[in-house]
Design a protein around this ligand. Structure first.
Ligand SMILES: [Zn+2]
Length: 257
């Protein structure tokens, strides 16, 4: 496992746009005419919605309020797995998985998070993009490696791609138990956990960055939003802080040409 130095990984600072109705985060690192991207914050409780209702609400947001005009939208039914879907090769309909990849312009892909890590992957030279919902179970199960594997099958080289690790719960607030730590390597536990008081706190964003580098990503092409969803629960969405009333954040990507 390669160490990830804070000196080599860039810090991503989001801009906040208050479009009609909802807050939207955008990252200057991902700004490009060939790409639409962002994170939309749904402050109203959405955990009671079934999968289809959530996809409808998220799709409405992308189509209407953000005026993306996608030809199709792929948002998976997330299961905290390591499954990543190339949405260009599967029939439309219900998708089960925690990562999505597309090389088709005007196909919008989305994943939802509220404390878990949204991972954006962009290779504009090859024309392929991907997103993964990185909760601890998914990361321990290999969702980062699987995302890079599916991107690679589409022609992307991890050394050329850019990665952005979005707003998620930070090591300031992510208190974890031995059961979680047992699912990670001893080196990851040593590097990315620390004891404070009577608890142990874990840096899941750091683990995601470290696993990207281990798969061949260049540290200089990885940026991390240090925002903690729990610390910023009034602006973002934190399941840890607010339980099922917390709302959700929709991370999305779309090739525009
Ligand atoms: Zn925090």
């Amino acid at each position: 496992m390669h160490p990830v130095s804070k000196a080599t990984v860039r810090r991503a600072v989001p801009t906040f746009g208050a479009g009609p109705g909802r807050t939207r985060l955008a990252y200057p690192d991902l700004e490009n005419p060939k790409l639409a991207h962002g994170v939309v914050v749904f402050k109203e409780p959405t955990f009671g919605l079934d999968y289809r209702e959530w996809v409808n609400r998220a799709s409405l947001e992308l189509e209407t309020h953000l005026s993306l005009n996608p030809r199709s939208i792929a948002i998976p039914h997330q299961t905290h797995s390591a499954r990543v879907i190339d949405v260009d090769t599967v029939p439309c309909g219900e998708l089960d998985g925690d990562g999505v990849v597309t090389a088709t312009p005007l196909t919008a892909i989305g994943i939802s998070v509220s404390d878990c890590v949204p991972l954006f992957a962009v290779d504009l030279q090859e024309g392929v993009v991907g997103l993964a919902h990185c909760g601890w179970r998914g990361v321990a199960g290999g969702v980062v490696e699987e995302l890079l594997g599916v991107l690679g099958a589409g022609g992307s080289d991890p050394a050329r791609a850019s990665f952005l690790i979005g707003a998620a719960i930070g090591p300031c607030c992510y208190e974890v138990g031995e059961d979680l730590l047992a699912c990670f390597t001893a080196e990851e536990v040593r590097k990315f956990s620390r004891s404070m008081g009577r608890g142990v706190f874990f840096d899941l964003k750091g683990v995601v960055a470290s696993r990207l580098v281990a798969c061949g990503a260049r540290p200089g092409k990885i940026s991390i939003d240090m925002s903690c969803t729990s610390c910023k629960k009034y602006l973002l969405s934190s399941y840890r802080a607010d339980g099922r009333d917390c709302g959700r954040m929709l991370a999305f990507l779309m090739l525009t040409e």
